[in-house]
Write a protein that binds this ligand. Sequence first.
Ligand SMILES: [Zn+2]
Length: 378
Amino acid sequence: MTPHETLEYFKKRESEMIDAIREIVEIESPSYDVERSKTVVRWIENEARKAGLDLDIERVAAEDFGEHLVIRAFPGDAKPYLLLGHSDTVHPVGANEQNPTRIEGDKFYGCGIFDMKSGIVLMLEALRYFAETGQRPSRPITIFLSCDEEVGSYSGRPVLEKEAANAEACLVFEPSAAGRVKTGRKGTGMYVVKAIGVPAHAGLDPEKGASAILELSRQIERLNSFNDLEAGTTVNVCTARGGTTTNVIPEHAECTVDVRFSSMAEAARMDAAIKALRPFDERVSVTVLGDVNRPPMERTDAVVALYEKARAVAASFDYDLGETQVGGASDGNFVGALGVPVLDGLGITGDGAHTLHEHILVSDIANRAALITKLVSG
Ligand SMILES: [Zn+2]
């Protein structure tokens, strides 16, 4: 099939793809909901089997989360393409009453539709395309869907890394940025800074007290001074709390710290700096919990080459594919750190990830399906 014929194939399948997207979105599957995770994974497995291909499917139990899903197709000796995504969403059960699954004009709304259930349907559509046309991708295909991506992938990471280690390239179906794919993502660190001071009556003997809140606010100023926008490093205190009531010099205070960086060198520098925080007031103790969570996904030459290939595929059916680098991390970060080239943000164009106006554009569904299919054909 020529690229234009492939695009036509998917345009003809648009209503079936819409039905499939509607179905998977309607199965709400927030992180930590074991039963719902299993339900959505079962749906995905059934859909994959409908194509009639010879598939090796593995469900990996994830305690407290549900199931990760691995689907291997077109076995062979060549290194596989890894198609990556997740089956969990950030939306609690019932959120779909506030953002019902529906189409208005070109916008297809739903909870988790953009991040990233419509991306899962694209993967399934690629399998179906090869089954129906009798064509084959140029390499084996492995699909990996974790069930705890939205909460840090602590369970999914080792399973993913095992699958990714041997991959030729990794294609991530996370949301695009206004259609642009993501060739770089910052890494993340998550920390908690705790201060424990000396409580005292604020009126009778304040001099006996040492305020945890005062100490923490000084530490927050220090943390803020670590920002280095030029290096791509950001440090933000996102929540803070402390004290018990008026009248009392506060004994406890703590804050959470969000750190983003563009290189592992910066990650190490920031990790050391935060762990080296020492109290301004010796009577207050300061402790730091946390670590680097996701390493940065760096825009290496191999990543650029993969993007150029995808752009050429898109251009072959007159589709313009831009690129961008973003601050948010995904499971693609883990794969990139293994030295495997990663192209992220291959999901259908849309907006509003993690919000109640989350949607994709119907007019982009066939484009993205054709893009991914042709990309793994070459
Ligand atoms: Zn996502």
